[in-house]
Design a protein around this ligand. Structure first.
Ligand code: 6PG
Length: 242
């Protein structure tokens, strides 16, 4: 269980490095690849690069795209995490059957969470996660100002969930204040690489708490294999020497 922290110059280098890591994960697999995307503003430049200069290097037919958490809004709402990923990156490139979004059109959060859990289990081919066989090749993660990641907020039952793969979250602790559906920590941990994207001075205070080991969802989130924190200089806490 290795954890690495890499400091890069700025948001552009952050996105480029993330794109290169994604391609390296793809190149390491001969068969299908599973990538779990993140929401928020963090991955937007990465999506642009993947849709632009990196697009021809992605073997689209064998890459499957999932989302780590979703706001409970329609896909065409600008708050939708998968909606954003689709508009910026996937539509017109990824085959429709390789795009696995959380079904927010269902009646309740729990219906959406359980349906997505079944989608993940069908893709994985089992309903128990085997530590020796990761669900995802790469899981992208962001860091929220209160130490949340995905939609796992501090002191929320979702952040302590150990059995369910996916759960509903009625109340978001930060904007946008819409209900969410989120993968749980054990599900997110089932990956070859978890890659945090942390850029901008507004992340510095919370990153400092995470690096000090404070008990926050983002501190507890890790891959069973390799976890990489990609941090840009503006986000890097003063006390942290890379
Ligand atoms: C969401 C995200 C969330 C996000 C962090 C950081 O749906 O909001 O998945 O976990 O990654 O809040 O968001 P920013 O990248 O916008 O700062």
């Amino acid at each position: 269980m290795a954890v690495r922290r890499d400091v890069v110059a700025d948001p552009e280098e952050l996105a480029k490095t993330a794109a290169q890591r994604l391609l390296a994960r793809i190149d390491a697999q001969r068969e299908r690849i599973a990538v779990c995307l993140t929401g928020g503003s963090g991955p937007k430049r990465l999506f642009e690069l993947l849709a632009g200069e990196f697009a021809t290097r992605i073997p689209w037919s064998r890459v499957h795209w999932f989302i780590g958490d979703e706001r409970f809004v329609p896909l065409d709402d600008e708050l939708s995490n998968m909606g954003t990923a689709r508009r910026m990156l996937l539509d017109g490139r990824a085959p429709a059957e390789n795009i696995h979004g959380i079904p927010t059109e269902l009646a309740t959060l729990d219906d959406a969470a359980l349906t997505y859990q079944r989608t993940l289990q069908a893709f994985y081919g089992a309903d128990q996660l085997d530590p020796a066989r990761p669900l995802f090749d790469l899981v992208l993660m962001g860091l929220g100002p209160d130490g949340h990641t995905a939609s796992l907020f501090p002191d929320s039952p979702a952040s302590a969930e150990q059995q369910r793969w996916v759960v509903g979250v009625e109340t978001a602790h930060v904007s946008p204040f819409v209900p969410r559906v989120t993968l749980t920590l054990p599900t997110l941990a089932s990956c070859r690489e978890m890659l945090f994207l942390v850029g901008g001075a507004e992340k510095r205070a919370v990153l400092s708490r995470v690096l000090a080991g404070e008990d926050l969802p983002a501190t507890r989130a890790h891959s069973l294999s390799e976890t990489v924190w990609l941090i840009d200089r503006a986000a890097r806490p003063e006390e942290f020497d890379a």
